[in-house]
Design a protein around this ligand. Structure first.
Ligand code: LLP
Length: 441
């Protein structure tokens, strides 16, 4: 009763539960998380990094922070923490969820290129393990909040290394002409280091690098690691301050359709990073730092599918003489903006039954008032797909619910967790009453 598979009559089952039962009880659209799958991925990261970075391997240990921006709810924060991970947050909202889940402050990190004083205050009041500083003006602001609270703030400096990686320009974050981090080549990162070292209310614990997202090739991480380790060695030589930690960010890619090439496993990621850290520090003649990483997508993405109900099916003639079947579902760009925003590719399968009907070229579209409201650009679906059928779109756990909107005043779908044949609601379905309640008339 684990994983996703087909029952005897051909209907899809998630962790032992028939999706028709899920749809009957909870409605569609719905995000369906396989709890065991998510936990296994989290645990795999914790184990792989603990092994690869063990002192016996000549390294100084590692921490894995789950990047909550991919999807965060109280249960998910609790699960990943139970499986040995820490939690990376980027806003006061994510921080509040992690804290409500009982994740201890020291196991939480706070990111953001424009943190508010309120966010910094909450973070430091709860003793977060690190605030990742993203700009020079922020240094003064963190110092002021720390002073007001009478605490010393543990900070990291987010460094942009110039490494370009990741599929889409809006996702890539480490080249120079973008809003994140402090540039290595321009000297801004070094300036931040010196300013932090000059302030007794700030404890400079490390450097941070995040190069992009949905990255399948690990080479970019190695280049970025060498660059930040080089800056760490330079700072140690010139100031005597050897930063104990280096964070190498998140961004490990996953399979959406199966056509993107193999996704790196946690073990491959950990051993690749361990090798480059060990070699680079030996070359530089500096002791190895404790390493951390921040995967989000690769933990939660593959654990979840979205269940939709088919409505209108329309056959359209194409210019090339062929035909396309437009299959409309009861959600769309409000529950998955990624195809519209990044031209992200997904696949879909008929989930409520088996079919031997001849496959047709299909496009799965949503119910929103935009022609770009596409869920799956091109997929072969059985030619007899009709209204009332359930469709499943896999690998929607990351940046689906977390980037969902109420476009066209569509209520956002629930997040359901399935484990050992039983479902439970992690985040309930929004209702039209919820939306009306926000409207003060
Ligand atoms: N750490 C930092 C500092 C980040 O900015 C991110 C993602 C992560 C970790 C986690 O990266 P992951 O392992 O999930 O790739 N909305 C886009 C992705 C934006 C990623 C932003 N930062 C998408 O749907 O593809």
């Amino acid at each position: 009763s684990t994983g996703t598979g087909r029952g005897d009559d051909g209907a899809l089952r998630v962790a032992g539960l028939d999706v028709r039962d899920l749809a009957r009880e909870h409605g569609t659209p719905a995000y369906v998380v396989d709890e065991a799958d998510l936990r296994t991925r989290a645990r795999a990261y914790a184990t792989a990094f603990a092994e690869a970075f063990a002192p016996e391997a000549g390294l100084a240990g590692a921490d894995v922070y789950y990047a909550g921006k991919a999807f965060l709810s109280v249960a998910v924060a609790r699960w990943v923490h139970e499986e040995g991970l820490r939690v990376d947050t980027a806003t006061g909202g994510e921080l509040a969820v992690a804290l409500r889940a009982g994740v201890p402050g020291e196991a939480i990190g706070l990111h953001g290129n424009n943190k508010s004083d309120a966010e910094l205050t909450t973070a430091l009041e709860h003793g977060v393990g690190r605030v990742v500083v993203d700009s020079l003006p922020e240094i003064e602001r963190v110092a002021a909040v720390a002073e007001r609270l009478g605490v010393v703030a543990p900070v990291m400096v987010r460094v942009t290394t110039g490494v370009h990686a990741g599929g889409h320009q809006f996702i890539a974050t480490a080249h120079e002409d973008q809003k994140f981090g402090l540039s290595l080549t321009s000297g801004a990162a070094r300036k931040a280091v010196d300013e932090i070292l000059a302030r007794p209310g700030l404890d400079l614990i490390g450097l941070h690098s995040h190069i992009g997202s949905q990255i399948l090739d690990l080479a970019g991480f190695e280049v970025a690691a060498r660059a930040v380790l080089g800056l760490r060695a330079e700072v140690a030589a010139q100031t005597g301050h050897l930063m104990p930690e280096v964070d190498l960010g998140g961004g490990y890619g996953i399979a959406y359709t199966g056509h993107e090439g193999p996704a790196p496993t946690p073990a491959q990621i950990a051993t690749t990073l361990a090798d480059v850290v060990r070699r680079t520090c030996a070359e530089l003649g500096t002791p190895v730092p404790r390493i951390s990483v921040e995967p989000g997508r690769s933990i939660v993405g593959p654990s979840t599918l979205t269940l939709y109900t088919v409505g209108t099916v329309k056959d359209v003639a194409l210019d090339d003489g062929g035909r396309r079947t437009y299959v409309s579902v009861d959600g769309g760009m409000s529950d998955n903006i990624r195809p519209a925003l990044y031209e992200a590719e997904y696949t879909a399968a008929l989930a409520s039954r088996a079919s031997d009907a001849e496959p047709v070229r299909a496009r799965v579209v949503g119910k929103h008032c935009e022609s770009g409201d596409i869920v799956v650009h091109g997929v072969a679906l059985p030619g007899d797909v009709h209204d009332g059928d359930l469709l499943a779109v896999p690998a929607t756990g990351a940046y689906g619910r977390s980037m969902a909107s109420n476009y066209n005043l569509v209520p956002r779908p629930p997040v359901l967790a399935v484990r050992d044949g039983a479902a439970r609601v992690l985040v309930r379905r929004e209702t039209i009453e919820d939306l009306l309640a926000l409207d003060e008339g």
